[in-house]
Design a protein. Structure first.
Ligand code: ADP
Ligand code: MG
Length: 391
């Protein structure tokens, strides 16, 4: 049994992160606040976490020398990037404490493995994924049952923010879509009648104790998260409890250590369908920084350090708006201009988080704003005003 890590020890205790994006940056802020030092392994030099981390190891995620260096430096390592090679995490785990484990991450990296795992969990979780069929050939397309159409063809690996997905109505469209996937493994999912989407953030410690955050309701635009509202305005208490219990069942069955987020669909008939999971803090959990006693990033640091998990209580209603690079551009213009932050920050309860990315690009996640207010209605109204200001 591993003992807890001391955040204030001299010499310092280092926590490591695979990946230097915004999740690594916000993790660094939270871990440093607690007294840890943070090392980031990431190939890109000018990444968001590079400005926050105490050390940047600039190398490929599979570079053995860099992995050895990270493991030697850090008493525990986590990942913020879902598609880090599971082999790299296993390699690190031979040398230091790694959470979540490579086996958990590898399930989340593969939509088929993930769906099989959700089905295995169904007896205790009470939820199933959407009806689906694996597609690895044109013959598989021909064998798709009619009732899976219309559907969504997704790549089994590497999909995110709606990338690697094509919506198809007919078998002919499915053939075309599959032909466009360059032979990679795919899965066809039945198109479900969504009433709304939720996500459930949970964390589990090395001692097996788990905590679950309130239900977050998510709105996507063009496959990318647009807003997260907590508490979810639409969800019933019964569905919320069901989704939280399902998440705890899954995290337990995984034997997971760290922060995990599961996305669910609530269908028009009120039923709950499990969509996918992220083996890390999640965009829909950013509201926890400003609205919960313990943020998802502080929670990740606690889990890695085998310290007691923190209180998940939400102290204020919250509405989070993702900031994409699009708002730097007026209409179709390619000339970037700075958004009107002064006007946005004049709104009550606005917490601006920008990730330090120096180049704005359309559809690129540049930051987020969380509106905190005494009531959810006020938080939502201020988010709406921000949308009008930012255009
Ligand atoms: P990503 O990894 O890109 O987040 P998702 O599987 O979460 O991929 O799909 C992105 C979005 O597409 C979902 O949030 C949801 O809005 C929509 N979507 C995905 N699968 C289905 C489905 N089976 N039926 C209806 N909508 C879906
Ligand atoms: Mg998703």
């Amino acid at each position: 049994k591993l003992s807890p890590l001391n955040p204030s020890a001299a010499p310092a205790t280092w926590l490591g992160v695979m990946g230097g994006g915004q999740l690594g940056r916000m993790f660094a802020h939270a871990a440093q606040q607690m007294g840890f030092k943070v090392a980031v392994l990431e190939p890109a030099l000018d990444c968001p976490a590079s400005h926050a981390a105490d050390q940047l190891i600039s190398a490929d995620y599979t570079d053995a020398d860099a992995l050895i260096k990270l493991a030697a430096q850090c008493a525990a390592v986590t990942t913020e990037f879902e598609n880090v090679s599971a082999k790299s995490l296993a390699f690190l785990a031979e040398r230091t404490f790694v959470a979540p484990s490579s086996s958990c991450v590898s399930i989340a990296q593969d939509r088929m493995a993930e769906k099989r795992f959700f089905i295995e969990c169904a007896a205790t979780s009470g939820v199933f994924p959407a009806s689906h069929k694996e597609i690895n050939s044109d013959a598989d397309v021909d064998a798709v049952p009619d009732d899976l159409l219309p559907g969504i063809l997704k790549t089994v690996r590497m999909g995110y923010d709606g990338k690697g997905q094509v919506r198809v109505k007919t078998r002919a469209e499915l053939h075309d879509a599959y032909a466009g996937m360059n032979g990679v493994a795919c899965v066809l999912e039945k198109m479900l009648p969504l009433a709304y989407e939720i996500s459930v953030l949970a964390a589990r410690g090395a001692d097996g104790k788990a905590v679950v955050y309130p239900i977050a309701e998510n709105v996507h635009r063009d496959g990318i998260l647009f807003t997260t509202t907590v508490p979810g305005p639409h969800i019933t208490t019964a569905s919320a409890e069901k989704a939280q219990a399902a998440t705890l069942a899954v995290i337990e069955q995984l034997g997971y250590v760290g922060v995990l987020c599961i996305e669910f669909f609530v269908l028009t008939d009120g039923s709950l369908v499990v969509n996918e999971m992220a083996p890390r803090p999640h965009n829909s959990g950013h509201y926890t920084i400003d609205a919960c006693v313990t943020s998802q990033f502080a929670q990740q640091a606690r889990a890695m350090a085998r310290l007691p998990l923190g209180d998940v209580r939400q102290h204020s209603p919250a509405a989070m708006l993702n900031i994409l690079g699009d708002i730097w551009f007026e209409g179709k213009s390619d000339e970037a201009r700075e958004p009107a932050w002064d006007k946005v920050l004049a709104l009550p309860g606005a917490n601006l988080h920008l990730y330090g990315k120096d180049t704005a690009r359309r559809a690129r996640k540049m930051g987020h704003i969380t509106f905190i207010a005494p009531t959810l209605e006020e938080a939502q109204a201020n988010l709406h005003k921000a949308c009008v200001i930012l255009g």
